[in-house]
Design a binder for this molecule. Structure first.
Ligand SMILES: [Fe+2]
Length: 334
């Protein structure tokens, strides 16, 4: 927790403390929260933290290593067209201009660490969400601010942690697919994602859409789904701003431990068909073995990496220009 923290030499904790989040959901949806796709309302889009001026200020002052700019193609089955773009030396205003006129997706990660105002807001949001849902008690959370071009997309993927998407500006369509269903995401893929060795993208077949729940989001709506439900996103014809929050509970941590341990035991020791049960003595034993292996340095997991091949350029088509390999060697980001 960084209340009052000084980031990049600037004290960022001198603004209004509380905001009326207006978080609400229908009574009928409360039992589905965390189990099925669930939508609700909020008032966060009226906050000063998500205006153009706030986004530019954030981009100009936060550590740029926490900002990832990605462009993309249009074929939903080709996540390899998602390409990382460098942006050191590009002002916040030019970043936003490149997004508005280009084909870019900015992931402003750990915005809650970069600026205490976002941390406070996320704490408040989760406090109020827990009060609305009842019985929901996450013990920690983190937030990524998403700023993306008209018609930009996020390829079919699955996230390890449980997430909530708080939509703030523009319009987007979200497809959510069944969680923990081998037809949509294999157990092995999920194990790799929890182990941090595999990108979240999954093979996509357009026939999957028959099993999807589809939501058109407008500012003032939030959407949640079951942990590990695959999903994809397409922006409609406007610049989009959303806050994506991840939250952690004892149950979600247990799942992460069991899947990562199963991967280790499968890859390192050839143990197949291990149970995905998340509780009980077997789950605990596997987690202990995996933890000891990691402490001993015998888990050979390779961390996933992105390699930048582009640079953000607000004056270029799609808002990016290729890196010149003569002057700027491709750079890997963890
Ligand atoms: Fe996601």
């Amino acid at each position: 927790m960084l209340e009052g923290a000084t980031i990049s030499g600037l004290k960022r904790d001198d603004r209004p403390a509380r905001f009326a989040t207006g978080i609400a959901m229908s009574v009928a949806n409360r039992a589905d929260f965390g189990r099925q796709p669930t939508a609700g309302r909020h008032e966060l889009h009226h906050s000063e933290l998500f205006t153009d001026a706030a986004l530019i200020d954030l981009l100009d002052h936060m550590p740029r290593a926490q900002v990832h700019a990605l462009t993309m193609g249009s074929d939903l089955t080709r996540p390899q067209d998602n390409r990382l773009a460098l942006h050191d030396g590009v002002s916040g205003a030019d970043m936003l201009r490149a997004v508005r006129g280009g084909r870019l997706w900015l992931n402003i990660t750990r915005v809650d660490r970069a600026d205490a105002r976002y941390r406070r807001l996320v704490d408040q949001m989760y406090g109020e969400l827990a009060a609305v849902v009842g019985g929901f008690a996450p013990d920690s959370s983190q937030a990524t601010l998403l700023v993306s071009s008209p018609h930009a997309l996020v390829y079919y993927h699955v996230d390890g942690p449980a997430t909530v998407l708080w939509h703030l500006r523009g319009h987007k369509r979200v497809w959510v697919y069944p969680a923990l269903d081998e037809r949509y995401a294999t157990r092995e893929a999920l194990e790799g994602i929890f182990a941090g060795v595999q990108h979240e993208y999954l093979p996509f077949d357009p026939s999957f859409d028959a099993g999807a729940a589809v939501f058109d989001l407008e500012p003032g709506q939030w959407l949640a789904w079951a942990q590990n439900a695959p999903h994809r996103v397409s922006n409609l014809d406007s610049l989009n701003v959303s806050l994506s929050t991840e939250h952690f509970t004892p149950d979600s941590r247990r799942r992460a431990r069991v899947y990562a341990a199963n991967r280790y035991l499968r890859v390192r020791w050839g143990l197949a068909n291990l149970s995905a049960r998340e509780s009980g003595a077997g789950a605990m034993m596997k987690a202990v073995v995996h933890r000891l292996a990691r402490l001993a340095g015998v888990d050979p997991a390779q961390t996933k990496r992105h390699v930048a091949t582009l640079r953000v350029d607000p004056d270029a088509p799609h808002g990016v220009t290729p890196l010149d390999p003569q002057t700027t060697p491709a750079r890997a980001l963890a």
